[in-house]
Every structure is written in structure tokens, then in C-alpha cells.
Design a protein around this ligand. Structure first.
Ligand code: PMP
Length: 402
């Protein structure tokens, strides 16, 4: 069946509006996606019908909310092909998930944490904090001029000192798709724990955590058509069972006395306090939406749009594209003599929403000697006409700014 972005668009009420008198062209999906009716309905139904605090409750609503929350966990587990739903820890998002892992690991001086030049600040700073706390050293995989990671350098950096290797699957800044299966295998062979930032992979690729072989995978609901404030840390059961808890409080305990506390089993050991119940339920609705459309179909559609945008933009004078040709999700570019902020502001006047700046990747920008780029990023509901509007708007804005 042909992919029908027009039917899909009808599921996203926010897209029907005009911005500055022009139909909204929303191309800031790597920052956050818009939400389909199925997700909005799930959030609303939760509060209209079953809102209650979960677990421990004896009453009807508490049981219904608990069942829906745990069913959401099972949906996420199926989506990730997790061996066990208990490996799915609900968090506030990717940042929260990575901070969780960095907080529960204990390293020593001489140990190394290996990350990459392509990382988002949320996959850099928590590791720097861990290194500061423990005396471990941060190592960085360099990247080539085309925005792909230097795999030879990566293998050269791996050693028995490498205790943690953390990298993204897809770069939010350049759309680079990293060979995560090979990288994971190499890091595991060196004896390292592997943490994958799948924030940008989740909306564009099928994630099979068992096939991946990593120890941890982090993602955010809001990048996959779900609300903000909900995300997941998937972790291998044996690894998580052996690690200490993070935040202390309700839910994560078995028994508390003033003398000693014993901790709950997974996943609750890592879910202190009242969770984002509605968020988890809406996240499951978003994943059901993605399944309904088909992640492969979404990905194929987006690839065509990215290719059309890359072709259109590179035909304009002075445009430089960043990242490799087979990028996913996001397309970053710069225009000679035009500041990205001015460009973004002007094309917003034409209804086109893109992101400008460093995309929370300042070290990557420094590697390329730039302060930022303009980034168009795509989702299931974007259309070929929108790509044309983007290219037209960039062309027009460029001639006004030059
Ligand atoms: N990693 C990547 C690759 C991202 O794109 C983002 C969000 N831009 C994050 C991590 C952080 O995600 P969140 O802000 O949802 O925690």
C-alpha cells in the first residue's frame, strides 16, 4: 500500500494551522514531533476515566491505572523486542535515562569512558560528571569530514580500560546513522558496557534490543509522537540487577526501617516516586500509531523527503550540507554569508519551522569550526510539497539576507 502522508496528516490537528499567514511547514521533528489524535485521546481518556495513583491501591481506579501503566510497559517492551518488560524502566526521557546509568556506575582512576564527537550534550555531560566523580578519563571517537565516525580510531581507542562506551544511533545534528551493531560488538568484545542513545533512532528505525546486544538503550517518547516527560531506559536484566538503585523514595523499596532499606525488583527499583502514568500510556498509544503506519514505511517516506531536500538545497548557491548522503531524520546545512539564526527567523515568517544553532552538540560544531547549522528534520506527516516550500523559503530568504 502506498504511504499516504495526507491521511496521516489528518491525525495531527496542530498541523492544520497557519503561521504568519502561511500554512505551517513543521520541519523541527528532531527537536520534538507533533502528536496524533490517538495519543491526545489516550492522555485525555486516562484523566477522564482512570486517573489514580498506581500500584498499592485497592480501589477500582487504582487497579485500572496500574493495569494500563503496566500494559504500556509491555507495549514498549514488544516495540523494543525486550526479553522481559521488567527491563523497561520508565524515565522522563533520554537525558534522564543516560543520567540514571551514569549515576549508578562506579568507576576508578585509570578507567575510561568512550563517547563520540557526534554526541548530544546529554550523552556527554553525564559521563563527564561520572569521570569527575570517579577519576576516570573521557575518551572521544573522532569523526571524518563527512560526519561519519572514524571506525579505525574507535577500534584503536577500545582497550581493557574502556569500561563504558556510549554513542548515538542517529546523530540529531547531522543525521549520521552509526553502525551501532558493529560498534556494540567491538565494544563488548573489549569488555565494555555499551550505552546507546536511541533518541533519534526511535522515530526512524526498528529497534531490536536483543539483536543490538548493548547493555542500555535510551529513548524519549516525545521524539516518537508521544508527549514530553516520558522516556525509557532499557537495560539488560542481569546488568541492572547487579547495579545499585538511583533515586530513593516510594515504589523503589521492598521494606523500609530506620535501620535499613531493602530495594524493589526491576523495573520498580529504578522508578522512585509517582511516575508519569498518563505519559507512559500515551507513549504506548504513540508506538501503536507507529506500528499502524509501519516504521519501515515511515523511514522510506522520510528518506525520499530528505533526499529531495538535500537535492533542492544543494542546488542553491553557497549551500553546504553536513553529514553523509545516507542520512536519516535530519538534514543540516549552512549558507555562505548567511547566519543560520537570521535564516531560521526569516523562513519562520514564511511558515517554515526549522531549528538553528548548535543542536546541543557544541563539541561537534567546534570540530567543524562552526557555531551552528540550520536543520530541517522530518516525520511521517511531512510531504514533498513541504520540502519544496522549504527550498523556496531558503532561496528567498538567502536573496534577502545577502
Ligand atoms: N540524544 C539525542 C541524539 C537527541 O536528539 C536528544 C534530543 N534532542 C537527546 C539525546 C535528549 O533527549 P531529551 O531532551 O528528550 O532528554
Amino acid at each position: 500500500m502506498a504511504f499516504d502522508s495526507v491521511t496521516i496528516r489528518a491525525e495531527f490537528p496542530i498541523l492544520a494551522q497557519e503561521v504568519n499567514g502561511r500554512p505551517l511547514v513543521y520541519l523541527d521533528n528532531a527537536a520534538t514531533t507533533q502528536k496524533p489524535l490517538a495519543v491526545l485521546d489516550a492522555s485525555r481518556r486516562y484523566y477522564e476515566e482512570i486517573n489514580a495513583n498506581i500500584h498499592r491501591g485497592t480501589h477500582h481506579l487504582a487497579r485500572a491505572a496500574t493495569a494500563a501503566h503496566e500494559a504500556a510497559r509491555e507495549t514498549v517492551a514488544r516495540h523494543l523486542n525486550a526479553a522481559d518488560p521488567a527491563e523497561v524502566i520508565f524515565t522522563a526521557g533520554t537525558t534522564d535515562s543516560i543520567n540514571l546509568v551514569a549515576a549508578i556506575l562506579a568507576l576508578s582512576p585509570g578507567d575510561e569512558v568512550l563517547i563520540s564527537t557526534l554526541e548530544h550534550h546529554s550523552n556527554i555531560v553525564p559521563w563527564q560528571m561520572l569521570c569527575e566523580r570517579s577519576g576516570a578519563t573521557l575518551q572521544v571517537i573522532p569523526c571524518h569530514d563527512d560526519g561519519t565516525l572514524d571506525q579505525d580510531a574507535f577500534r584503536g581507542l577500545l582497550s581493557e580500560r574502556t569500561k563504558v562506551t556510549a554513542f548515538n544511533w542517529i546523530s540529531n545534528a547531522f543525521g549520521t546513522v552509526n553502525p551501532v551493531h558493529e560498534m556494540t560488538a567491538a565494544a563488548k568484545a573489549a569488555g565494555s558496557l555499551v550505552v546507546i542513545d536511541a533518541a533519534q533512532a526511535a522515530p526512524h528505525l526498528a529497534i531490536n534490543v536483543q539483536a543490538l546486544g548493548a547493555d542500555f538503550v535510551a529513548l524519549s517518547g516525545h521524539k516518537v509522537y508521544a508527549p514530553t516527560g516520558i522516556g525509557v531506559l532499557w537495560g539488560k536484566r542481569a546488568v541492572l540487577d547487579a547495579l545499585p538503585p538511583w533515586r530513593g523514595g516510594g515504589e523503589m523499596i521492598k521494606e523500609v526501617t530506620f535501620a535499613k532499606t531493602t530495594y524493589n525488583d526491576l523495573p520498580f527499583k529504578y522508578e522512585a516516586g509517582t511516575p508519569n502514568i498518563e505519559g507512559a500510556i500515551a507513549f504506548a498509544a504513540a508506538l501503536d500509531f507507529v506500528h499502524g503506519v509501519g516504521i519501515e514505511a515511515i523511514s522510506e517516506h522520510e528518506k525520499k523527503l530528505i533526499k529531495a531536500a538535500a537535492d533542492g538545497l544543494s542546488s542553491l548557491p553557497g549551500v553546504k550540507l553536513y553529514g553523509p548522503d545516507d542520512r536519516a531524520g535530519a538534514l543540516s546545512f549552512a549558507i555562505e554569508g548567511v547566519h543560520h539564526y537570521d535564516l531560521g527567523t526569516l523562513i519562520d515568517q514564511m511558515g517554515v519551522a526549522v531549528r538553528t544553532g548548535h543542536h546541543c552538540c557544541q563539541p561537534l560544531m567546534a570540530r567543524f569550526g562552526i557555531t551552528g547549522t540550520t536543520r530541517a528534520s522530518f516525520a511521517a506527516y511531512n510531504t514533498a510539497e513541504e520540502v519544496e516550500k522549504l527550498v523556496e523559503a531558503v532561496d528567498k530568504a538567502t536573496s534577502m539576507l545577502r
